[in-house]
Unconditional design. Sequence first.
Length: 318
Amino acid sequence: MTPKVDCLIVGGGPAGLTAAIYAARFRLTVLLLDAGGGRAAMIPRTRNHAGFPAGISGRALILRMRRQAVRYGAAIEPGRVEHLAVSGDGFEARADQRRIWARTVLLATGVTNHRPKMSERLARAAVAAGRLRFCPVCDGTEVIDQAVAVIGTGKRGEHEALFLRTYTADLTLIAPEGRHDLTQSQRTRLALAGVELVDGPLTRFRLESMGLGFALAGERRVFEAVYPAMGTRVQSDLARSVGAKVTSDGCVGVDAHQRSSVPGFYAAGDVVMGLDQISHAMGEAGVAATAMRNDLCARDPSPWLARPVGARRHASPR
């Protein structure tokens, strides 16, 4: 039998879980499918999230949010949605050999960071040690006065290097593959800021006691923190499969209420163009879940009208 839900949420990061909490408290039937491997779970400790002045690990934050969503009635299950299509006045999803029908769908699949050529095991260890970092907005404060490398070039590399220059004077911008792809004006701005420019490629990455090390132009270099500025892959394939508009960068196009161009299909978090921050993703998810509830109610309010309670609980004395 094909399960039928009011709201199918694809993605179990901060955006998906926030939407699940909201939608469940709106008395919608909610199924969240989480394929695992999200970026938030890899965060060793964030001190940038409001309400946790001493910081909280990404895994601990997600666990708290999962418990909260389940407490209010959301179902959270492991699963990867492999196919999604419009079906009647809703959507049909296929996930791990099963079919699910949903009145609405929220896509919260996020993005995947591009990183230098290193093993998955080393990358995870370097992230856990605070040596490989992906978000200077989140944790630039953690690398004050450290030896920092930005791996990237062009506009993206320049922007990230100049942003991090706020926190340290010991900053090197390294081209990941070969020579830098920088204009003369970019080189001038970086030189004026005191950023060292080094051509790649980088090889033989190794996590060391003093930082993340690698071979560069025949020399062994070690940096206390390394930030790849190599872009991301937006996980928006499911949006394309239902015909939703997607930007040239791969982000799902949405309106002010997180509605996509396809009725009943919404998106929130890093899969949408905007600031890739946990707090931003959570805010978008709250907006999306509220829009989902209101849009469903506008279609047919009867399923969500509270049932009559019968006689008054406290009868008047005779």
